[in-house]
Write a protein that binds this ligand. Sequence first.
Ligand SMILES: Cc1cc2nc3c(=O)[nH]c(=O)nc-3n(C[C@H](O)[C@H](O)[C@H](O)COP(=O)(O)OP(=O)(O)OC[C@H]3O[C@@H](n4cnc5c(N)ncnc54)[C@H](O)[C@@H]3O)c2cc1C
Length: 410
Amino acid sequence: MVKYDAVICGAGPSGATCAKYMAEAGLKVVVLEKNSFPRDKPCGGALRPSIIEKFDYVKNGIKKIPHNVCFRAKMYSPSPENHVDYNPKKVVMYNIQRKHFDELLVNLAKDAGAEIRENAEVKKVVKNNGGYALQIKNKKEVQGKVIIGAGGMHDPVAKYLRKKEGQPEKWPKSDIGLVVMEEYEVTMDFIEDRYGKERTSYFHLKPNNLFGYAWTFAKQNALNIGYGAFWNEMKKVNIKDQFSKYIALLRKEGLVPEYLHLKNPKGALIPLRGAIKTTYSDGMLLLGDAAGFVSPVGGDGIYYAMCSGKMAAEVVKEAVERDDFGKKTLSRYQENWYREWGKDLQVLCYFADKIFARTERVIKYASKDMKLQELAVSLYNGDRRASDIKWKILKRYARDFLVYDVFKKK
Ligand SMILES: Cc1cc2nc3c(=O)[nH]c(=O)nc-3n(C[C@H](O)[C@H](O)[C@H](O)COP(=O)(O)OP(=O)(O)OC[C@H]3O[C@@H](n4cnc5c(N)ncnc54)[C@H](O)[C@@H]3O)c2cc1C
């Protein structure tokens, strides 16, 4: 039986990025993916600018696929009374479609020498004399010195690791969000006309008073419209009905064509309360959504997925060199990601609670106070560490409360 240095479950942004870096480092790596590419994935398809800065190959890569560069964002409070118009004259986000973006990342991994096996759903983790293997159809086992869970929320490696490390096997319901979205083809002229040269992105916070937000992102010739909140809250509402109302609001604002109506939105769950406690064990690591690396404020995770893939590749390379796949060696992965964003995810949980509890006020202050606006945007796009700016934001918020609500300055 071929023994790979690493066997990865899932070829999303985390798995494909990990495979690319591993193959470039000379490791023998295979990715087992249940779908075949191109495949779609429910997502807003917004990339933080820091993805392009950190992974310079993405900048050239996205030029080859349909994409937009967004320079402006408008954010509305639940009552449309207050809104923030963020127009920084620099890139706010890159807008891609996952169908194309994920295929691009997979092709880059293949070019680097990684093996990608499509239509190979991982059924379970098997422990045997050689360590661990992932079992696919026909009970075939693919053996790795390290096995890596990059299969998103329902990743089988993550399930196994959580149990092994004494953590709950399932995500607590209170920790997950349900996000629904649909993409609609429109003409490029429509995008140009309504979303302008800046390709403005729209956010509507707390639609229907849910603890979450709705968005509209302009792609090259499509609109990506979505709506999400904590699962506990979403289950109380008629999602299709709410989504239709959101589209009606956009229609009124001229942001969707008259003919555009809800068709068949797709939903998916995402972890919204930060990382799980342990993301490594002997011979295994977890990446991306499988590890809970999603921003509790914005609900975005592609940045963390790709970064965690790169970090895992570095640690596995060292493990292969030392021929040591024990827990201690692989714990460096957790040390590394924790240093990068561990505290930030906790701070973002704190701010998600605050922002959604006082949305009207936050938007009101941010619409008048450029400094607060800049700081709040940093929580979304991660250009500054949330843990570094926590107190600056709180001080600014307290100041704005005095200025605009106590002394009633206009
Ligand atoms: C509706 C919605 C909107 C979002 N919008 C944004 C956004 O705008 N920007 C952003 O940054 N993030 C967004 N996110 C979050 C983002 O989609 C995830 O954080 C990101 O995709 C995580 O990447 P990943 O590689 O960890 O997992 P995934 O992208 O989920 O990839 C997992 C891969 O594993 C495969 N797989 C799963 N199970 C198995 C199995 N058993 N065997 C083999 N293969 C398997 C899947 O087919 C998939 O290809 C959104 C999420 C949702 C649900």
